[in-house]
Write a protein that binds this ligand. Sequence first.
Ligand SMILES: [Zn+2]
Ligand SMILES: [Zn+2]
Length: 194
Amino acid sequence: MTPKTFHGKITPTDIASSLYAHFHRGNLRVQQIMDGNNIVVQIASRDQTQSGGKTGVSVSLQKVEDGVMVSLGKQAWMGIASSLGVTAFSVFRNPLNILGRIDDIAQDIENIQLSDAIWDVIEATAKNLGAGFEFSERLRRYVCAYCDTPNPMGEPRCIACGAPLGTSQQQTCQFCGYVLSSNSNVCPNCNKQL
Ligand SMILES: [Zn+2]
Ligand SMILES: [Zn+2]
């Protein structure tokens, strides 16, 4: 499961609130662990959380310069008083930690369906806030062809080297929001053909 980046006026809190509203009901439970501007939201069934040592789907929401990077993984349900801080911190330190456990989840149909539903809610939330995989107008930048410096929109010359700016506008992957270098044909994040 590839991390996705939503660009625009969207925060980890927006997504966490939306996930809570959608999933904290019926047989599902939601909890969130804060770490500064970042949030981990865990979603699991009541049965899973009560039988101890079980896992839920973890949604890692990391604030990035112009939006939020979201990754999903499977992780032990964090007990309120247990090693919660440590676990949450290691997730933020290395988001690949939780992605590496995704093979476990592949055996679990229920969790796969839950993951799909989670992405649906996240993408709908982003859309409602005007955020998406493309840079918003406000955030578009022109990358200098000579020195690779991103320049603010409307700047006639590169702020770093003074070269005239052409049409080399910085792009994002339309499938996952990854910020691409100017001449990629394949997204290095989700491996899709562009
Ligand atoms: Zn330049
Ligand atoms: Zn991509």
